[in-house]
Design a protein around this ligand. Structure first.
Ligand code: PLP
Length: 369
């Protein structure tokens, strides 16, 4: 697996503390204000809540430590993706997106970008490198894809898009910067929904954009200020707090997922399973080369839609819910949202429960089907 730069998670926990003056609060203050006391000339002081806020700025410092580069916070993952696309695309441009990635990115492209004279093409993640990237101005990739968990070689995508003069974006939501570092693989921009495991407690929506290219970050920041797509200070504060336990949660979730995937693969009720950490999985080789962790999402197909529903609804340690990445394990049938998957296909998000208790509950529910 990739083992270049890793953010120090010990330094991360002391990031704020080491910058404090005597008497400052250890915990991050929540600054809930649209106006600032500003007599005379404004100089470089914060002047208005749509432009800056000390709580987001502290959050962005935390995110930047994790990504190893400047970050911009947004009020949701879709807000981050929208900002990155609107700030990089122009009328007449061509955009490539995955046909099997997060479906709202496809809606944004077909319902809005296509009306602004942007030509949108979709391609399956498993065949993403086929056909090359000639003529594409912006290429958005998601690896592993959500929910199918197909992986694509991000180094190849980045270098080929660059050779064609395009900009590459990677939606890194499913893995977080602890599980995969697309910028280190040459990708220009990372977008992430921090609503999922970054926040981790199912109590907020947030997102961020990260890039080492100031020529891309400047227009994205300007988009945020002008469009007003800004995070609320309270959500920023909650995410800042959630990130402090990210490493512990993520470690538990990924280690448990590996153990559970191996056992699910051998369970008679499971007809098919996708988990990039299983040596038999089509994503295994690429994931092993470019990821640091295999993640906490497992896709499984049971015998029928009814059995899948029974499994999800009756397991006491599974929350039947859309979205993923919370402390509590959760699951849902993705076909109910129109994803092109089998009606008995279940996306399982492994949470922070002790693994043997979780396995006992999952196994018991599968045994009952
Ligand atoms: C959830 C998700 C998004 C959208 O994030 P929101 O915070 O819901 O706006 C984007 N990409 C992926 C891969 C996601 O899972």
């Amino acid at each position: 697996m990739e083992k270049d730069f890793s953010p120090s998670m010990a330094d991360f926990l002391h990031l704020r503390g080491n910058g404090l003056a005597k008497g400052d609060p250890l915990a991050l203050p929540l600054v809930q204000s649209s106006m600032y006391h500003l007599p005379g000339f404004a100089e470089t002081f914060p002047f208005y809540g749509r432009v800056s806020n000390p709580t987001w700025e502290a959050l962005e410092t935390s995110l930047s430590h994790l990504e190893g580069t400047p970050c911009l916070a947004f009020p949701s993952g879709m807000a981050a993706i929208t900002a990155a696309l609107f700030a990089t695309l122009k009328a007449g441009n061509r955009l490539l997106i995955p046909s099997d990635g997060y479906y709202v990115t496809r809606l944004l492209s077909s319902n809005f970008l296509a009306n602004l004279a942007i030509e949108v093409e979709e391609r399956a993640t498993s065949a993403f490198l086929d056909g090359g990237f000639e003529g594409f101005d912006v290429v958005l990739v998601e690896s592993p894809s959500n929910p199918g968990l197909d992986a694509v070689d991000l180094r190849q995508v980045a270098s080929q898009v660059k050779a064609c003069g395009g900009i590459s974006l990677c939606d890194n939501t499913t893995l977080t910067p602890l599980g995969q570092r697309p910028l280190d693989l040459g990708i220009d921009l990372v977008v992430s929904s921090d609503t999922k495991s970054m926040g981790g407690h199912c109590d907020l929506l947030m997102g961020h954009v990260a890039s080492r290219r100031t020529d891309l970050m400047e227009p994205i920041k300007s988009w945020r200020t002008i469009s007003g797509s800004i995070p609320g200070p309270h959500e920023a504060w909650l995410l800042h707090r959630g990130l402090e336990t990210l490493e512990v949660r993520y470690e538990r979730m990924c280690s448990s997922a590996l153990i559970i995937a191996q056992r699910l693969a051998d369970h008679k009720a499971v007809q098919a399973i996708r988990f990039p950490g299983l040596p038999t999985d089509p994503s295994y080789c690429v994931a092993t080369t470019q990821q640091r962790r295999y993640g906490f999402l497992i896709s499984l197909t049971l015998e029928s839609e009814d059995k899948a529903e029974d499994f999800i609804t009756h397991c006491p340690l599974l929350r039947p819910a859309t979205s993923f990445g919370g402390l509590h394990s959760s699951a849902e049938r993705r076909a109910r949202w129109g994803d092109a998957v089998d009606p008995a296909f279940v996306r399982l998000s492994v949470g922070c429960e002790p693994v043997e208790e979780l396995w006992d509950a999952l196994c018991h529910s599968l045994d009952q089907l």
